[in-house]
Design a protein around this ligand. Structure first.
Ligand code: ISL
Length: 539
């Protein structure tokens, strides 16, 4: 059960810093910790800040970068390209000074093949770390131990000629899976977690946590129709094994030794009901709810997703919401069509007025779309493998356009991924000066959320009848209520209510399109094109 006192991770908004692309402090073209520290005022702590409560930093540990940081070769160090441990300590201190908590990204399903544990494991079948990874003999007639597939393409088993066995890798062959059945592995990972807790981090995002365990007998997964090999299987033996629950309880026990720490799990092959089973006092604080990321731009789909998340999590979980992240096309690219700026604002209102913790992906606050890239500019392994059917994740990981200077003021060197060509106009500086920009709307929404308990904690109740044009709902808290109405379309709409309201009770808190209609009547609201409004009432 959620404790009766509200925790920061329930009340707050978490900003996802994809570190490599956020801000470069030393001119090597890669974002880094000093660059991030220099931009903390942007995030919180001054009257002109965006106003977020926490940051989640993508992996900043030493990595050969086969999967851009998600192949870790040392869990208790900072990659020198991102800075030093001193820089990290400074980041924590400077962030805390501004009221920003810091979450790290722990990649515990696999290591890099360059991690000393794996380097040792592959030296011989009797090496001390051999059993830290998943080694199996081939099938009697030859070939890999079972039919499991890698997420990034090809088989999930790699033959190791030196020791005559296969090892398992759910992702790249350079990302061997750790053997979570081995208690030494669990102990080592808990120790790494403790290391960062002792340094003052406020919590963690756990990469593909529900894939940590594989079925101990390694049976074939049943097959089904699908596009890629991985999609042609029911993943019943390579994810969601029952051992996950005690493992999470153990991790939670460690987190609870420290005050106000939080965890959010990246669930793989999401399902809200299963996600809920991992939340609670003996599990994770939150599990990512990716429902918003695979919806069409259709209010009925979003309304259903909200109700489903609320329903499945009611008892022992706290919802969270995300529209974009480093693995998916940005939502302005998914939904924006010919109206990216307008859609960015409606989407912001949708994300930031839910009962649940919102995650904001860097750049979405300026309505940043993906960066169009050519084949020869793609560096992400699945993009290189599946181009042009799947272009990988580089387009949604573009450098942050801070200003109109050289390289958008992201780096004084040469950026690791190309910038969008329009950074001269689409950048943070320009939007901060413009009260009508997406940035200003995000900041205003974040402020309103902060001073309106109903927006953070109130129960969700749908107000409008199902409509393909828009969505209206109320958030009901003991001392006040908020009414949110969103027009998803480029034409005015009228949203009929399921039950009547008293229009004079409500005062306008915020409007995405101040000059356009937002007229409340007892049984409907009329909204101008792409209007998004929040009305407030006390009592
Ligand atoms: O991005 C995907 C496909 O190209 C997803 O299937 C993604 O691999 C999956 O959501 C797991 O993601 C996490 O673990 C990966 C890493 O590449 C992702 O960046 C990370 O978010 C392996 O560590």
């Amino acid at each position: 059960m959620i404790s009766p006192e509200w925790e920061w991770w329930q009340d707050g908004v978490i900003y996802h810093v994809y570190l490599r692309s956020f801000a470069d402090g030393n001119g090597d073209g890669l974002g880094d910790l000093p660059g991030l520290i220099a931009r903390l005022d942007y995030l919180n702590g001054t009257p002109d800040s965006l106003g977020v409560d926490a940051i989640w930093i993508s992996p900043c540990f030493p990595s050969p970068d086969r999967d851009y940081g998600y192949d870790v070769s040392d869990y208790t160090a900072i990659d020198p390209r991102y800075g030093s441990l001193d820089d990290f300590d400074r980041l924590i201190a400077e962030a805390h000074r501004r009221g920003i908590r810091v979450l790290l990204d722990l990649v515990y399903n696999h290591t890099s093949d360059q991690h000393p544990w794996f380097v040792d494991a592959r030296t011989s079948r009797t090496s001390p770390h051999r059993d830290w990874y998943v080694w199996r003999d081939g099938r009697p007639g030859g070939g890999p131990p079972n039919n499991w597939q890698s997420v990034f393409g090809g088989k999930a088993w790699e033959w190791d000629p030196a020791t005559g066995q296969y090892y398992y890798h759910m992702f790249l062959r350079e990302q061997p899976d750790l053997n979570w059945h081995n208690p030494e592995v669990r102990r080592a990972l808990l120790e790494a977690t403790r290391f960062w807790l002792e340094r003052g981090v406020d919590g963690f995002r756990l990469d593909v946590f529900n894939a940590w365990y594989e079925h101990a007998d390694y049976p074939d997964n049943p097959t089904k129709l699908g596009l890629r090999g991985f999609d042609r299987q029911h993943h019943i033996y390579d994810v969601d094994q029952p051992e996950m629950h005690p493992a999470l309880a153990e991790l939670r026990g460690l987190l609870d030794l420290y005050p106000q720490r939080a965890s959010v799990g990246e669930i793989f092959i999401a399902d809200p009901v299963r996600a809920a089973s991992y939340c609670g006092d003996r599990g994770l604080h939150m599990v990512f709810n990716f429902e918003f990321t695979h919806r069409r731009w259709d209010p009925r789909a979003f309304g259903a997703a909200i109700e489903r998340a609320d329903r499945s999590l009611a008892a022992d979980g706290w919802p969270c919401y995300v529209l974009s992240n480093h693995d998916l096309p940005r939502h302005v690219t998914r939904y924006g069509g010919r109206h990216p700026h307008e859609v960015a604002r409606v989407a912001a209102a949708l994300l930031l007025t839910q009962r649940g913790t919102p995650f904001v992906y860097y750049g979405e606050e300026i309505g940043l779309p993906d960066v169009p890239l050519r084949r020869d500019q793609i560096v992400d392994p699945p993009g290189r493998r599946y181009w042009p059917i799947y272009k990988g994740r580089d387009p949604n990981r573009g450098p942050m356009p801070w200003g109109s200077g050289r390289n958008a003021d992201f780096t004084s060197g040469s950026p690791w991924l190309p910038l969008r060509r329009d950074f001269g106009t689409l950048n943070v500086d320009a939007q901060r000066r413009d009260p009508r920009s997406a940035w200003s709307f995000y900041r205003d929404l974040l402020r309103l959320r902060r001073v309106t308990p109903a927006l953070r904690r109130g129960e969700f109740q749908r107000l409008s009848r199902p409509s393909r044009d828009g969505l209206a709902y109320v958030r009901i808290a003991p001392g006040g209520q908020a009414l949110v109405a969103l027009n998803f379309r480029a034409a005015p709409v009228r949203l009929e209510f399921e039950h009547p309201i008293e229009p004079s009770d409500w005062s306008l808190g915020l409007a995405a399109q101040p000059e356009r209609a937002a007229a409340l009547t007892p049984d409907a609201i009329a909204l101008g094109a792409f209007q998004a409004v929040v009305f407030i009432r006390s009592g």
